[in-house]
Design a protein around this ligand. Structure first.
Ligand SMILES: *[C@@H]1O[C@H](CO)[C@@H](O)[C@H](O)[C@H]1NC(C)=O
Ligand SMILES: *[C@@H]1O[C@H](CO)[C@@H](O)[C@H](O)[C@H]1NC(C)=O
Ligand SMILES: *[C@@H]1O[C@H](CO)[C@@H](O)[C@H](O)[C@H]1NC(C)=O
Ligand SMILES: *[C@@H]1O[C@H](CO)[C@@H](O)[C@H](O)[C@H]1NC(C)=O
Ligand SMILES: *[C@@H]1O[C@H](CO)[C@@H](O)[C@H](O)[C@H]1NC(C)=O
Length: 222
C-alpha cells in the first residue's frame, strides 16, 4: 500500500515536472501579455483585452517569409497594422520565438536562436517588466507594477499605419523622427518607396515622400 502511494506520488511528480519543463514558458491561452521568460512561437498569438487586435507570426500573401505583426482580429483578410522585423523575415515560426528577457528587452530569435530583431529596451530593474498588447493596438513593454512606466512601445516605431492614439512627428527623448513608410509590395513589408512625415521643425505640415523626393505637402496648418 505504502509502496503504491510512493509510486503514484513519483509518477505525479514526474508528470508535473515534464509539464513544467515543456510548457512552463508557454503563453496562457487568450492572454494579452508576454511575461518575462515567456515565448511566443509558431501559431501562438496574444490578443488585446477587448479582442480588437491580435499579435503573432504572419506571412503576407504567398510569401514564404514570416514576420511578427499586429492585425485586426476580426477582419476577414488580415489587415496588418504593425510589423516588427520588417527587414529580417524568418522562415520557420515554430522554430523561432519572440521573448521578453529579464532585463526588459523584447527580442525575436530566429531558427538558430540568433537575435534578429530587438526592442533595444532595458528596464532599470531586472525581472520587473511585462509586454502587453493594449486595446488601441499599441504593443508596450512596461514596468509590471506601474503602467505609466513605459520602457518601449510600438507606437514609437509605426510601419505604414497610423492608429488612433499613435503619434507621428518627433520623439524628443530619443531625438528620432517618427514617420510612416509604405510596404515594398503586398508580400513584402520591408520599407518601400513612400513615406509620410509631419514637419515639426517650424510650422506643422504633412509631407509625403517618394524615396527622398517630396511630392506632396499640406502646407502649414498651424
Ligand atoms: C497550432 O499548431 C499546432 C502544432 O502544429 C497544431 O496542433 C494546432 O492545430 C495549431 N492551431 C491552430 C489554431 O492552427
Ligand atoms: C479577401 O481577399 C480575397 C482574395 O484577395 C478577395 O477575393 C476577397 O474579396 C477579400 N475579402 C474581403 C472581405 O476583403
Ligand atoms: C539566423 O540569423 C543569423 C544572423 O542573421 C543568420 O546568420 C542565420 O543563418 C539565421 N538562421 C537561420 C536558420 O536562418
Ligand atoms: C535596435 O538596435 C539595432 C542596432 O543599433 C538597430 O539596427 C535596430 O533598428 C534597433 N531596433 C529597434 C526596434 O529600434
Ligand atoms: C530574475 O529571475 C531569474 C529567473 O527566475 C533569476 O535567476 C534571477 O536571479 C532574477 N534576477 C534578479 C535580479 O532578481
Amino acid at each position: 500500500m505504502y509502496y503504491l502511494k510512493t509510486k503514484e506520488a513519483c509518477l505525479y511528480l514526474l508528470v508535473s515536472l515534464t509539464f513544467v519543463l515543456f510548457f512552463g514558458t508557454r503563453l496562457n491561452e487568450g492572454t494579452n501579455v508576454i511575461a518575462i521568460g515567456q515565448t511566443l512561437s509558431g501559431n501562438d498569438t496574444i490578443f488585446s483585452k477587448d479582442g480588437t487586435f491580435e499579435l503573432g507570426f504572419f506571412t503576407p500573401g504567398k510569401s514564404r517569409n514570416y514576420y511578427i505583426g499586429i492585425w485586426y482580429k476580426d477582419f476577414a483578410n488580415k489587415t496588418v497594422v504593425w510589423v516588427a522585423n520588417r527587414n529580417h523575415p524568418i522562415s520557420s515560426p515554430f522554430d523561432s520565438e519572440l521573448k521578453l528577457f529579464p532585463n526588459g528587452n523584447l527580442a525575436l530569435l530566429n531558427e538558430s536562436k540568433i537575435q534578429i530583431w530587438s526592442s533595444n529596451s532595458t528596464a532599470k530593474k531586472e525581472n520587473s517588466s511585462i509586454a502587453i498588447l493594449l486595446d488601441n493596438g499599441n504593443f508596450v513593454t512596461r514596468d509590471n507594477q506601474d503602467s505609466s512606466n513605459i520602457i518601449w512601445q510600438s507606437f514609437d516605431y509605426p510601419t505604414d499605419t497610423w492608429l488612433p492614439g499613435g503619434k507621428i512627428g518627433y520623439n524628443k527623448i530619443k531625438n528620432e523622427k517618427i514617420y510612416l513608410t509604405s510596404w515594398r509590395n503586398e508580400e513584402n513589408p520591408a520599407p518601400g518607396l513612400f513615406s509620410l512625415e509631419v514637419e515639426t521643425n517650424g510650422p506643422s505640415a504633412i509631407l509625403l515622400y517618394n524615396m527622398t523626393k517630396q511630392y506632396f505637402s499640406t502646407g502649414a496648418w498651424c
